[in-house]
Design a binder for this molecule. Structure first.
Ligand code: PLP
Length: 392
């Protein structure tokens, strides 16, 4: 029989993160590869989800999202993100996670051959998203230990074929929080080249340094920005698969159509529960930030002790560490780390198109209980022994 696999699916491979997770399970390791919490979701949320199921909210929700949830998202977009005039009836689509939102957006706005600008290191999903929507990616490396945008390199990536730029702030994997100047520079280029800004703001409440700036809040950008976010990270419910996209009316109509035929809609009872989440007061977000800041500081201390030269992230919940000292490139380093000391992380090359830039990096995720991180400390202390033959 002929192999009937479409070329657009053949150009990307299975997620390296999931592969590391499998290897980690085989070796009974501590999984600091995948970015999900190992602590429970808020009690009030779990109860709200149970109540919704028991109240028979178990059939399809309205395709573009339960009205009360869209109202709550619109309110949050206006007050927290400072996006003007968000109308829940016209501008919001609730999706199965930010993942589906990004896919539905790309499928809705990209004509095959369009160029999309992407900073590297980048969240690995954007590669397959581009392949499936048949976009051509133009990579712009972030520079230095603080992952700065180089204005000349960025400008050189824009041309008449540029349809969009993806901005993930705070960023996975490097923890960069884009500055106001950088956001303004991107906004100016979008306007000059008539391009869209597609933002992924899933870590918007985890900012340790700097401020969260939503592209759609900048003058003239609300109409040409698609803002994506979700519930997975902020409320520790990555398995609920709830996210959303905010866009102008024309683009929203297209996103809703695509979303309808991809998934029909996001889980109805969980959308109901998410309304409860959106009702949490400022103390919830203050407490979230306090806890994540202490996890970040603990992770930094542990990786530094282990000789891994981490970079302190400004936001999100990942930490890049330079593993050069251990004398192996990223993939071999991680494999040996899992097999010998039993800790999993993600090889840096999975976040780079230019593999040479990623080979010294490994990404550790820290949305974990302090005891999980402490257990990793004990194991990582054995790294010098495990790499005795390769260490430089
Ligand atoms: N965007 C970024 C930058 C992420 O790191 C992740 C998860 O790791 C996602 C999106 C996935 O979000 P969701 O669970 O809402 O699909």
């Amino acid at each position: 029989m002929r192999d009937h696999i479409a070329p657009r699916v053949q150009v990307f491979t299975e997620s390296v993160i999931r592969e590391m997770t499998r290897l980690c399970q085989q070796h009974n390791g501590i999984n600091l590869a995948q970015g999900f919490p190992d602590f429970p979701a808020p009690e009030a949320l779990k109860e709200a989800a149970c109540r919704a199921v028991m109240a028979d909210v178990n059939q399809y929700a309205i395709t573009w999202g339960t009205p009360a949830l869209r109202d709550a998202i619109a309110h949050k977009a206006r007050t927290f993100n400072k996006i003007p005039d968000v109308d829940p009836a016209k501008h919001i689509t609730v999706t199965c996670g930010a993942t589906e939102a990004m896919m539905a957006v790309m499928l809705s706005v990209i004509t095959p051959g369009d160029e999309v600008v992407l900073f590297e290191p980048y969240y690995e999903n954007y590669g397959p998203d581009a392949a499936l929507s048949e976009a051509t990616l133009r990579f712009v490396p972030l520079e230095g230990q603080d992952f700065r945008v180089n204005p000349e390199t960025l400008r050189a990536a824009f041309n008449s074929k540029t349809r969009a730029i993806i901005i993930n702030t705070p960023a996975n994997p490097c923890g960069k929080v884009f500055t106001r100047e950088e956001m303004q520079l991107i906004a100016d280029l979008c306007q000059e080249f008539d391009a869209l800004a597609i933002t992924d703001e899933i870590y918007e409440y985890m900012i340790y340094e700097g401020e969260h700036i939503s592209m759609a809040s900048l003058p003239g950008m609300a109409d040409r920005t698609v803002t994506i976010s979700g519930f997975s990270k902020t409320f520790a419910v990555t398995g609920w698969r709830l996210g959303y996209a905010i866009a102008n009316e024309t683009i929203t109509k297209a996103i809703r159509k695509t979303h309808d035929f991809l998934t029909v809609g996001a889980p109805a009872p969980l959308q109901e529960a998410a309304i409860t989440a959106m009702g949490f007061g400022q103390d919830y977000y203050d407490d979230l930030l306090l806890k994540y800041r202490s996890k970040r500081d603990l992770m930094f201390e542990i990786l530094t002790e282990a000789g891994l030269n981490p970079i302190l992230p400004q936001g999100a919940y990942y930490m890049m560490a330079d593993v050069s000292r251990y004398g192996l490139p990223d993939v071999q380093f991680v494999q040996r780390m899992i097999e010998t000391v039993g800790v999993a992380a993600v090889p840096g090359t999975s976040f780079y198109q230019n593999k040479a830039l990623g080979a010294k990096w490994v990404r550790f995720a820290f949305p974990k209980k302090p005891e999980t991180l402490e257990a990793a400390r004990v194991r990582l202390a054995k790294l010098p022994e495990a790499f005795a033959t390769t260490m430089v």
